[in-house]
Design a protein around this ligand. Structure first.
Ligand SMILES: NC(=O)c1ccc[n+]([C@@H]2O[C@H](COP(=O)([O-])OP(=O)(O)OC[C@H]3O[C@@H](n4cnc5c(N)ncnc54)[C@H](OP(=O)(O)O)[C@@H]3O)[C@@H](O)[C@H]2O)c1
Length: 298
């Protein structure tokens, strides 16, 4: 079979919606950089943008979308409900839509399974948790302002807790989680697959100052293929069946990260990457008032 044209590929979610396989990440993209980055990505052919209320850049992301000239309906836009907004889902989505300057988002994620008290970010609400938040989020697609709902940073334990809730109706369309060769989360990815929950790989390049860029196994493999380490990392994510959302504010990197058509990793190369022994995780849960990682996400 010929290698895929990944820049045009989509994954079908459990709702039937099609999420473009490659998107642009925007965490830590500063307000004065992200507008240009979003515009550059869309003009390079990206059709999927990932942002969040917590990134503080929804406004500029929206401006970048407008600057690009690409019609809104051709773009997959994901944003996320912030932790201190769990009791205010309506307000949260309305605020995001206003900042983004759009009528709807394609995917609205619960950013973390932590219902943080807005008056004290070190405290979790005593009378509310992510199951209550999900019960509210389930109402959103009816309104047309949110086409699909999903979660992020959900480990198996919390997904099971969610499924067991008596109000639970909608299986999350996606779980956005940290995935790269040093954090492959085999059990969690398989669990999501079994439940028909699509996984999107965040920090798919290993995030800021990624140690993966100097990994000898990856460097050798990339050199031999005439590809960059970043391209190899993205291809590994795509061939695992996950969407990838590499972040960059550098036009040349945004372009290079999208050069993924017409080639692939062989089974042997794929297995070689899978067998890399190093482990590291970018996002922990120490800053949250509640534990959300239990070891199956590593
Ligand atoms: N749901 C969540 O809790 C969560 C958590 C983390 C991330 N995310 C999402 O996932 C996205 C991606 O994750 P991430 O931002 O952690 O990191 P990432 O995409 O793994 O890596 C981004 C870093 O790699 C650099 N980079 C990108 N392409 C490169 C290339 N071709 N060559 C060299 N360096 C390159 C970027 O630098 P420059 O920008 O300077 O070019 C940046 O420092 C986020 O932006 C966000 O949208 C979600």
């Amino acid at each position: 079979m010929a290698p895929k044209t990944w820049t045009k590929e989509t994954y079908t979610l459990n709702t039937g919606a099609k999420i473009p396989a490659i998107g642009l990440g925007t965490w830590q993209s500063k307000p004065n950089e992200v507008r240009e980055a979003v515009k550059a990505a869309l003009q390079a052919g990206y059709r999927h943008i990932d942002t969040a209320f917590a990134y503080g850049n929804e406004n500029e992301v929206g401006q970048g979308i407008k600057d690009s000239g690409v019609p809104r309906e051709d773009i997959w836009l994901t944003t996320k409900l912030d932790n201190p907004w769990h009791k205010r889902v309506e307000e949260g989505i309305n605020s995001s839509l206003k900042s983004l300057g759009v009528d709807y988002v394609d995917l609205y994620l619960m950013h973390w399974p932590s219902s943080t008290d807005p008056n004290d970010l070190k405290k979790h609400y005593p009378d509310w948790d992510f199951r209550d938040t999900w019960a509210e989020m389930q109402k959103l697609p009816e309104s047309g302002r949110v086409r699909n709902i999903g979660v992020s940073n959900f480990a198996i334990k919390n997904l099971e807790k969610l499924f067991a809730d008596k109000r639970f109706k909608t299986v999350p369309a996606a779980n956005q989680i940290e995935l790269h060769p040093n954090n492959p989360s085999l059990k969690l990815v398989q669990f999501c697959k079994d439940k028909d929950i699509h996984c999107t790989a965040y920090s798919c390049l290993g995030s800021t100052d990624s140690p993966l860029y100097n990994n000898e196994t990856l460097k050798k493999l990339a050199d031999a293929k005439g590809k960059t380490v970043q391209q190899v990392l993205l291809m590994w994510g795509l061939q695992r069946g996950t969407s990838v959302i590499p972040k960059s504010v550098t036009a040349s990197r945004i372009q290079a990260n999208f050069e993924l058509d017409g080639w692939e990793l062989t089974d042997e190369e794929f297995k070689h990457i899978d067998s890399m022994p190093e482990r590291f995780k970018v996002c922990g849960d120490g800053w949250l008032p509640v534990k959300v990682f239990f070891g199956d996400d590593e």
